[in-house]
Design a protein around this ligand. Sequence first.
Ligand SMILES: [Zn+2]
Length: 54
Amino acid sequence: MTREALAAESAPARRGALCCRCKRWTYAPVEVGYIERQSGPGVVLWGCPSQPWP
Ligand SMILES: [Zn+2]
């Protein structure tokens, strides 16, 4: 893994993230969930800041 990729993965809020709900790019993502993986580090789910979450 490259240094840039590692930085991007650990700090997605800097450049934005793909909303896991509407699949649109948001530059102010909020953490809405977390998926644990057996084969590596978990994945954070991001969502739009303006949308209400259940
Ligand atoms: Zn969204």
